[in-house]
Design a protein around this ligand. Structure first.
Ligand code: ADP
Ligand code: MG
Length: 461
């Protein structure tokens, strides 16, 4: 791989990033980037605005490091970002590339970048009922979502949608919001993630603006909350959520929640809240069957304006079974490659390109044990060191990294993290996650550590 030009290197890294991120995020943040130099393990990436620079540094630095290291033949030493306003409005990979690699065309495939990932209601424009394929696995959830969209506040309240990752829960949640706004313009719809709700609450309390927050959340007609399993034990937050929920419910305002598991399996949820959620309608979303997966692929091909033979779609649907997000990723990868080569995907090329796909899915099977021992190894410590009670800095820092990665990579709840780490309190886990998040923003060394640990975690399955 040593002969890759800087452009090709970045192109290859982008290919990896595309698989790691949602389409909207990838397009928004990476479409207009280019590379200005790659040498001696130092990479300089040019971006159109300060805003993008900050965002990449903050949110995607680790992912960028990881993807670059995967394609570079020398150890990666440093990645820096520079602002080049000329990139704005251009396809990044074309800028400053005198040889105009055909590879540059790859990014033009993505649909035009959504200026904002979500609209003023918190809804992602593309997540509508029209773009949702109904099939075995999601029929019930889809029917319940439609019923709620037709009769908000009257039919199933709350509606609780749950199921594994990448199966369309968020899509359905947003579709409800879009449909209500379409049929009843002027309805006050608010869609937030659980994390946003908690942050809003914490910030409002800090700023002494509790009342504004209450007004904001209680004056809506439809409240959509995504990923409620992330609600933490923090008493005031749950309290606020409980009261918000009750106020809306009593006023016959519609509430819809999603979660990766049913209420009874959300350990951090207070009992009274759990009971409330169980009053309503619960619908689970399961993985789509083969026929539905093929139908989803066909519909995505139409979106991408890509021509893929049926037998190839069938093959992709057979190879990628885990979830719809990965299915989309697989299709994007294959169509991108063939549009670049100006050829039509074949069975063989699809198989070859999807051979790496299992590495991606292995992420789901990461266990706490594996994570703890990887971090211990990385810092030349033992698992016992990390599970033990000593608070020496040499141990507490790696321990906090474990907690942070359990949260980020395994989406573990804070109490679960505490338990895995030798029976610590959930507030310790929360503190650790906050702290590492904060430190990583300023500390290059920490970001590199995190990237390298992630690489060890996910390398080779
Ligand atoms: P979840 O919230 O369950 O993790 P998402 O709603 O984010 O999953 O779905 C992941 C991706 O798969 C999204 O891009 C979504 O549009 C797509 N998707 C999921 N289910 C379907 C479906 N039935 N039809 C079309 N696209 C789907
Ligand atoms: Mg989701």
């Amino acid at each position: 791989m040593s002969e890759l030009s800087p452009q090709q290197t970045w192109q290859a890294a982008l290919g990896e990033l595309e698989l790691m991120l949602s389409k909207a995020n990838f397009t928004t943040w990476f479409k207009q980037t280019t590379v200005t130099s790659v040498g001696d393990g130092r990479v300089v990436i040019a971006v159109p605005t300060d805003f993008t620079k900050n965002y990449l540094e903050k949110k995607y630095h680790a992912a960028i490091l990881k993807s670059l290291q995967n394609v570079l033949s020398v150890p990666l030493k440093e990645v820096t970002y520079v602002v080049d306003p000329r990139l704005e409005g251009r396809r990044g990979m074309l800028a400053g590339a005198p040889s105009a690699e055909p590879a540059a065309e790859k990014l033009s495939l993505a649909p035009p970048p959504p200026k904002e990932p979500v609209n003023e209601y918190g809804l992602r424009p593309s997540y509508t009922f029209e773009s949702f394929i109904v099939g075995k696995g999601n029929e019930l959830a889809h029917a319940a979502a439609q019923a709620v969209a037709e009769h908000p506040g009257q039919k199933y309240n709350p509606l609780f949608l749950y199921g594994g990752v990448g199966l369309g829960k968020t899509h359905l949640l947003h579709a409800i919001g879009h449909e209500i706004l379409k049929t009843r313009p002027g309805t006050r719809v608010l869609c937030v993630t659980c994390e946003q709700f908690m942050n809003d609450f914490i910030n409002a309390v800090r700023a002494g603006k509790g009342k504004e927050l209450k007004d904001r959340y209680r004056n809506v007609d439809v409240l959509l909350v995504d990923d409620i399993q992330f609600i933490t034990g923090k008493k005031e937050t749950q309290e606020e959520f409980f009261h918000t929920f009750n106020a809306l419910h009593q006023a016959n305002k519609q509430v819809v929640l999603t979660s990766d598991r049913p209420p009874k399996a959300i350990a951090t949820l207070e009992d009274r809240m759990r009971t409330r959620l169980e009053w309503g309608m619960m619908a689970d979303v399961a993985a789509p069957d083969l026929e539905t997966r093929v139908a989803i692929l066909k519909s995505k091909c139409a979106d991408l304006h890509a021509l893929v033979p049926d037998e190839v779609l069938h093959e992709i649907a057979t190879l990628v079974q885990s979830n719809v997000r990965e299915l989309e990723g697989a299709l994007t990868k294959i169509t991108a490659y063939h549009q670049l080569k100006n050829s039509v995907p074949t069975l063989d090329s699809a198989r070859a390109m999807l051979s790496g796909f299992s590495a991606q899915s292995s992420k789901k099977s990461l266990t706490a044990r594996a994570l703890i021992s990887t971090v211990a190894n990385y810092f030349d410590l033992t698992t016992e060191d990390l599970l033990g009670q000593s608070r020496a800095k040499k141990l507490s820092h790696p321990r906090q990294i474990v907690m942070y990665l359990m949260r980020e990579e395994m989406r573990s709840s804070y109490p679960a993290i505490g338990t895995e780490l030798g029976g610590r309190d959930h507030t310790t886990a929360m503190h650790a996650c906050d702290k590492i998040t904060r430190l990583a923003e300023a500390d290059e060394k920490l970001r590199t550590d995190l990237a390298l640990i992630r690489e060890r975690l996910f390398a080779g399955g």
